[in-house]
Design a binder for this molecule. Structure first.
Ligand SMILES: Nc1ncnc2c1ncn2[C@@H]1O[C@H](COP(=O)(O)OP(=O)(O)OP(=O)(O)O)[C@@H](O)[C@H]1O
Ligand SMILES: [Mg+2]
Length: 322
């Protein structure tokens, strides 16, 4: 119950989304779905958030979003776990698939599997029987298929191109059949079969990157790779979004780099960066994400704006209201 309470949107946050007053939002919600946290703060269970947002035009069509950059340390895991926990609060039944044998996303939630617990490499061949027994609940609407070093076996298991094309897709389809609206994949920083299979299954690929030259090299390689894999397997190109992370506006090179990338990829680039913040390491130490508390900070603000852009939340409200 304690964990449940952590990952919930507040009435005030919901009211800010559509411009209603908190009292008006409260009146539209089912009282049994509200959790009073303090005399000023009331949280809303994700199922009720979904019902409310759906009535306001939000689209919950299932989608698969992967975080990929062949360069390491660019903010893939941070983006994946922040996106997933915020999306769950917005009423998306969300599952993170940890594809990285470093297992950083699994560590982040304190969900490191025991030897006998199934992980991706144990379930992809038989998703209908294996997947739902392998995912673990972090909180209401937020689940994870954890990873461990054993996922390193994937490069051997997925030698056959047909297996590469279908492995991640089969697992995602099974999750969607079981009511998930959003699958968030966290990928390793290397080109292997896990990435190839992830690209084949994704609706959207988010490429987190910083201002350093290696990060940009990673961007070029990742975009090339996405095109080449879609060509090879005769698949439609997924949507590509670039997310500028660890932005420090005091660094001239960071400002210039953001502006240059935005000028070059005006449609693809998320139009604001994620600022550097110490909140990420502070919350990780507690096995939480930045959305576990409602305390205001730039990390929360930036990833919330990003998730709203990614999921089309702002767009549905502006269409609905005017
Ligand atoms: N906006 C940010 N501000 C400050 N620190 C950040 C930010 N984003 C990520 N970090 C930190 O940078 C480090 C690398 O981030 P993260 O693990 O998300 O990268 P990654 O791309 O998943 O790395 P890998 O390639 O090893 O999987 C972590 O310590 C993380 O807490
Ligand atoms: Mg990572």
């Amino acid at each position: 119950m304690q964990k449940d309470r952590q990952y919930m949107l507040t009435v005030e946050e919901l009211s800010r989304l559509n411009g209603w007053r908190p009292k008006e939002v409260m009146a539209a919600l089912d009282e049994t779905e509200l959790v009073r946290r303090s005399h000023i703060q009331t949280a809303v269970r994700p199922g009720m958030v979904k019902k409310f947002l759906q009535e306001n035009g939000m689209d919950y069509t299932p989608r698969v979003v992967a975080h990929i950059n062949l360069k390491g340390g660019t903010g893939k895991t941070t983006s994946a776990i922040s996106t997933a926990s915020r999306a769950a609060q917005y009423g998306f039944r969300t599952c993170i698939i940890d594809m990285d044998s470093q297992a950083s996303a699994s560590f982040a939630f304190g969900m490191v599997p025991e030897d006998e617990d199934p992980i991706f490499c144990d379930v992809w061949q038989n998703p209908a029987d294996m997947v739902m027994g392998a995912v673990r609940e972090i909180s209401e609407y937020l689940y994870i298929l954890p990873s461990s070093l054993d996922n390193g076996l994937l490069d051997m298991q997925l030698i056959n191109p047909a297996a590469q094309k279908n492995a991640v897709n089969g697992v995602c389809e099974e999750l969607i059949r079981n009511g998930f609206h959003l699958i968030v994949l966290d990928c390793p920083p290397s080109l292997g079969t896990a990435i190839i299979s992830t690209i084949c299954a994704s609706d959207t690929i988010v490429i987190p990157l910083g201002h350093d030259a290696f990060s940009k090299k990673g961007l070029e390689l990742t975009i090339e790779e996405v095109h080449s894999i879609c060509d090879t397997f005769n698949l439609d190109l997924p949507g590509i979004r670039l997310l500028f992370t660890k932005f420090d506006r005091r660094i001239k090179m960071a400002r210039e780099s953001f502006d240059r990338l935005f000028a070059r990829y005006p449609e693809t680039m998320i139009p604001f960066p994620i600022r550097t913040s110490s909140e990420f390491s502070k919350t990780l130490e507690k096995n939480e994400t930045i959305f576990a508390s409602t305390r205001k900070n730039s990390a929360r603000e930036d990833y919330d704006a990003y998730v709203r852009t990614l999921l089309g939340l702002d767009k549905s409200f502006s269409q609905e209201n005017g």
